[in-house]
Write a protein that binds this ligand. Sequence first.
Ligand SMILES: [Zn+2]
Length: 524
Amino acid sequence: MTNPARWFISSSIPYVNARPHLGFALEIVQSDALARFRRSQGSEVHFLTGTDDNSLSNVRAAENNGISVGELVDRHSAAFFELREVLDLSFDDFIKTSSDPRHTPAVHRLWKHCEASGDIYKQAYRGLYCVGCEVFYKEPEVADGRCPVHLSQLEIVEEENFFFRLSRYQDALEKALESDRVRIEPLERRNEALGLLKSGLEDISISRSSHRARGWGIPVPGDESQIIYVWFDALANYISALGYAEDEEAFERFWLSSDVRAHVIGKDIVRQHALYWPAFLLSAGLPLPTVIYVHGFLSISGRKISKSLGSGVDPVELARTYGSDAIRYYLLAKVPSLKDSDFSLETFDRVYRSDLADQLGNLVSRAVALACKEGGIASSDRGFPEGASPLVEAALNLPQDIETFVDAFDFSAALGAIWGLVREANRYVVAAKPWERPPQSEERSPVVYLLLETLRWVAVHLEPFLPGTATEIVGRLGLISPETAGGFGEGAFQVRAGAGPLFPKSSKKGTDAHIAEVNTTNRV
Ligand SMILES: [Zn+2]
């Protein structure tokens, strides 16, 4: 795929029964890296995130904490919005489904279109329901009547509901998935979705009694006794935020006629995104998502992260101690992008010290110190030094490598490629020993220039992943021309001394225990 002109990119919208955890930080940082990378390639990008306020889990959490649902939702939704600063996110829009005036009319419009297609009907229903998932499970799927995700006892729910004729879309969904019209990455998740299809689709309940919903959520148009099922409501956020209700220009631009409509989600909500959502869209006569990237689960020191079970690491505390780019680096470089992974503070701290402080931070300090002894000014007048071809070659290969890896949603490989160049530069400077040569000599100046230019190249390509670090490096290099654009060998610098280490190692100790004690379940 060669840089399509227009991308819609979304994260899922988490329900807000607790503060954000590291698992959601992973998803939003991956989405952000994708959005920033596409922008850096010249694509027009609309990156959306938000919160699913209407979930019944929010109602339960509010009841448990003795506050109103509105209060709980507002407080937690704000904490999710604040991730923008904490994790240096670049989302273009944030939808809060309980209060955004664009949302309810859009959900109603989607409902009415599905109804007009003959896909909504009312029927008595009895089923096994998990409040955490907000999903009805079929008997063969559950062992001992327990939720396969939450392991909690499922509730038997019996009431009259509206149903969506999902069964009618069996063939259309199979075609869409098999032809990769809706591409699902990785293959394992695509096969899972196809497996669900092969086992046969049944119609799904898309409303619940207002009583069971405690009156919280969006009423069914024309039937106030029923609240719209949270997935019908939540999935609609992808188009409601674009102004589907009023046919706004953003809807036309980023849904109807965008080149790519990409959803980034966790592996627990494949069924809803790969089957329900495309079926609702087909019913309403709207275009389907073109790609669904499904990341794995992050465990913390071997323990599952879950909102209901609580988890040990608060991304906000971690960012306060180490900085947003330290978290971004770990989540992008050290977590295999589409697989399960484990996080521990020990590994996180070790990665911070080795990859960021030692490999990148020290290289910047060394290059700046060498340049200052040259008088600060460096340009490519003398060309690249002899014996530098492995480094130059690695630099020239970097852009294509990164593009290939991001196309495959493999941020870990993309950052691996950048760190490959950083390691090559470290090897090169140790071998070339420019400090043993006189300043401004034929043997020294080109070596120093090549180091500065390599760091500029690193910064330019690091921007989508570690934006703050990229800006800081460019600032320290005193880039004079041409700005961050230009091919390898075209940078010119006026370096000034004075800044401290890029990634300080002091003052990190002693904070680990504090971070480890944070427990999200008790923080309302
Ligand atoms: Zn569950």
